[in-house]
Design a protein around this ligand. Structure first.
Ligand SMILES: Nc1ncnc2c1ncn2[C@@H]1O[C@H](COP(=O)(O)OP(=O)(O)O)[C@@H](O)[C@H]1O
Ligand SMILES: [Mg+2]
Length: 266
């Protein structure tokens, strides 16, 4: 059985003051190997919690995760995480960051060097491999983060707003890179984003979550990620269906945000 199965996941956080937060309730998602799922939803609807459970950083209060037929307990190299920023070793060179996982696995110098060189080509950072991470721009740092994740050869890549801190132009380039990596590597990807456009562009499948309790509100199957593999992303955005779905989802999230604001009395 190949793929990722998220089965009736629930997560409740019990707070010290005796109250509790139902961060997720009965969330089920089946992802086939090689599918790209984007996840949207207002702040606090449990997106990061969901990703942390799939990564194995958190144990759910109910439900289970199965990857390629095996139940997931705790973190493992077959699930790689790319964070928004700040998860690299700033003082280390680009090359050492990318080679970190293979080195920890005890890989010999030569194969490690080959893997690192290949991945630096893939993300377009060959020229920068001797630089320390703190010398790079935000976009380049996220390229390093992607390459470092790929070096561990994960089956599933989990991304929590990986492009959220980038300027618009860099972000667009990186969206193209994510699509390219997805097609070339065949990895299963879950990408959380705040940007409706990004979720539409990258999500072959898209889930909109709702808060209180965190749950799946609506699911889409979309053609735009496939279109974007061979085409300028700006052209994809001009597709008439793109605007239609974008408006529908924006309206949906707007309504949820209104409800949250109303509910908190602000
Ligand atoms: N460790 C924690 N302890 C208590 N509550 C938490 C914890 N992590 C998240 N939450 C709560 O769970 C809900 C979902 O959080 P999160 O998954 O971070 O949402 P999102 O990523 O969609 O913004 C929020 O109400 C948040 O305050
Ligand atoms: Mg979050």
């Amino acid at each position: 059985m190949s793929g990722l199965e998220i089965d009736k996941l629930s997560m409740r956080f019990d707070l010290p003051n005796g109250s509790s937060v139902q961060a997720l309730k009965d969330v089920s998602i089946d992802l086939k190997a090689g599918e790209l799922l984007s996840v949207l939803g207002p702040s606090g609807c449990g997106k990061t919690t969901l990703l942390n459970i799939v990564a194995g950083f958190l144990a759910p209060t109910a439900g289970e995760i199965t990857l390629n037929g095996s139940r997931v307990h705790g973190p493992g190299p077959e699930r790689g995480m790319v964070f928004q920023q700040g998860a690299l070793f700033e003082w280390m060179s680009v090359r050492d960051n990318v080679g970190f996982g293979p080195r920890m696995k005890g890989m010999a110098e030569k194969p490690k060097r080959e893997i690192v060189d290949h991945l630096l080509d893939v993300v377009g950072l060959q020229e920068f491999k001797e630089k320390a991470v703190y010398e790079l721009s935000g976009g380049m740092q996220q390229r390093v983060a992607l390459a470092r994740c790929l070096a561990n050869e994960p089956d599933v890549i989990l991304m929590d707003e990986p492009l959220g801190a980038l300027d618009a132009l860099t972000r667009e380039k990186m969206q193209g890179l994510v699509l390219k990596l997805w097609k070339e590597t065949g990895k299963t990807i879950i990408l959380i984003t705040h940007s409706v456009e990004e979720a539409l562009l990258l999500g072959e499948r898209l889930i909109v979550m709702a808060p209180r309790p965190g749950r799946i509100h609506k699911e889409y199957n979309l053609p735009f990620a496939d279109m974007g593999v061979g085409q300028d992303l700006r052209e994809v955005k001009k597709h008439p269906d793109f605007a239609t779905v974008r408006e529908e989802i924006l309206g949906m999230i707007w309504d949820m945000e209104e409800e949250i604001m109303g509910g908190s009395g602000s």
